[in-house]
Design a protein. Structure first.
Length: 418
């Protein structure tokens, strides 16, 4: 075992190995082991050869050779999966939670936000990447695929429909979009979150057929019983959670929320994550002052620890009627449902397909008066009516968005032995 990686490294350096070699250095390998070394050498990037005089490159190649040799000599070793996650919430939803659901005997899963590194990833059978949109990562994936690795590319946003008012527009340009498309074409599997996004990707990226695996959570994971939800004191609370790209979406409901705050003196606004500029602009006004509760973002795991303890009477999920937003997933509805808060959402995808208006939430058009009426009705109705909505919504969540019910889909995509 220890000599085969040496042989691979020497072969890559151009050493001549012959059974009648009489020099002072030799590798005591049997013909079978030498044949194995020569075969495994083909799985290591030839791109390293040009830089082989650097000591670090030799060490990297030797490490890669060790990984390949272990796998070749023990084909029944636990399957190894590397999930290279986005550092935001998407990495938690699409990698951390699925990894928890499918990890078990015979499977080793590493979830990390590390860069895409060829030598590091050679020891894995499956490499799952998320939202990659750069050419350097593409070339590494290309070499990994040539080395026989199973590549899965996951994407949860329509990065091809970004508009200038979205902060991501200034980060993901045309070159990034082309790199993302190339990565998807290269991958063995492409996964995404909704049918809408899957259909978009089929039209944009030729020769791919994305598989839809919805965002899901463990619906048993410490959520409050319905009877214990709602504001714990005399205040009524409106809840929103989100990040900076949702700034523009507040334009749908901010005027309605402002009217609610002006008319109802017992209402507070609870914000988890980003603090929208339109709220900052009002926060010192008399009818807002002292009535905004805000907790900023931390890492995703901390966010999900915090959200378990949020208590409010209604959650808002506004979206601007844009192509980009229609491809999103109903995360805000799912989170609010599980913490026991009924949702008032924009009457468009992704919410139109999960909310039955008046039964398990409210769907509202992009109209200030409509938003005002929906929020006021929800805040003034008896607590039992809100809790009944939550019960219906939780049944839907448990049926369609429980990670345990869809873990088999992840097992198949990642090519794990059952």
């Amino acid at each position: 075992m220890r000599e085969i990686p040496k042989a691979i490294t020497w072969i890559m350096l151009g050493a001549i190995v012959h059974e009648k070699y009489k020099g002072g250095f030799f590798l005591p390998l049997s013909p079978d082991d030498m044949a194995l070394a020569q075969g495994l050498r083909g799985s290591i990037s030839t791109g390293h050869v040009d830089r082989m005089l650097g000591g670090r490159q030799i060490i990297d190649v030797y490490r890669a050779a060790e990984c390949l040799t272990r796998k070749a000599l023990d084909p029944m070793a636990p399957q190894r999966v590397a999930m290279l996650k986005d550092k935001g919430g998407a990495g938690y939803w699409r990698m951390v939670l699925p990894a928890r659901a499918i990890a078990g005997e015979g499977v080793h899963i590493d979830v990390t936000s590390a860069d895409v590194k060829f030598d590091y990833l050679l020891e894995y059978d499956t490499i799952m990447v998320q939202r990659l949109s750069d050419w350097e990562s593409y070339y590494v994936l290309e070499k990994l695929k040539k080395a026989g690795k199973h590549i899965v590319y996951d994407i949860d946003d329509d990065i091809f429909s970004l508009t200038p008012d979205n902060p991501a527009f200034h980060v993901i340009g045309r070159d990034n979009q082309q790199a993302a498309a190339a990565c998807m074409k290269l991958a063995d599997k492409v996964t995404t979150t909704t049918d809408v996004l899957a259909n978009r990707l089929r039209q944009i990226v030729d020769d791919i057929s994305p598989e839809v695996i919805p965002n899901a959570m463990d619906t048993r994971d410490g959520w409050l019983p319905t009877e214990e939800t709602g504001s714990p004191d005399e205040w009524k609370r409106i809840f929103w959670q989100g990040s900076a790209p949702h700034e523009q979406d507040w334009g749908v409901c901010i005027e309605a929320v402002d009217r609610i705050m002006g008319k109802h003196k017992n209402v507070r606004l609870v914000l988890l994550g980003y603090l929208p500029q339109c709220v900052i602009a009002r926060i010192e006004q008399p009818h807002w002052k002292g009535r905004v509760e805000h907790i900023g973002f931390n890492d995703p795991e901390t966010y999900f620890d915090i959200i378990h303890h949020v208590r409010a009477d209604v959650a808002v999920a506004p979206l601007q009627p844009q192509t980009f937003n229609e491809a999103k997933s109903p995360i805000k509805w799912l989170e609010a449902t599980l913490i026991g808060i009924p949702v008032v959402a924009s009457a468009m995808e992704p919410y139109a397909s999960v909310i039955e208006d008046g039964e398990d939430g409210r769907l509202v058009p992009p109209d200030t008066d409509a938003w005002y009426r929906a929020l006021e009705e929800m805040l003034l109705c008896p607590a039992k009516e809100r809790r009944d909505m939550v019960r219906v919504a939780r049944r839907r969540a448990s049926s369609d968005f429980d990670i345990r019910n869809i873990s088999g889909a992840w097992t198949d995509i990642l090519k794990l032995r059952r």
